[in-house]
Design a protein around this ligand. Sequence first.
Ligand SMILES: [Zn+2]
Length: 106
Amino acid sequence: MVASRSARERKAAAQAGPLAKVRIDLDDEEQFVYKIGCSECTARGHRSWSAYRPGEDNGFMAATDRWIFHLVEQHPGADAPCLAFLPAAEQRLHERRAQQDEADPI
Ligand SMILES: [Zn+2]
């Protein structure tokens, strides 16, 4: 369990790029909790930014999606392997919004 967690952490950190600080914790139910923090925003003394999502692969995907949007909006010059997933992240965002509209019609 510990080895697989650190392997996931390394893989996630490699994808998230040099600005990200990736940590994976275990919650009370032994589920992975993915945390991605922005080292540049923290270093600048801005409100520190992080995405924090529980869950297995869904949690990883949700945290990475938020991280991708943060990079695009706050650090347009930054390079990270995960930026290749921007179109997929946008697609998922649209799908989530569409689902919410359906669940809660105004
Ligand atoms: Zn940042």
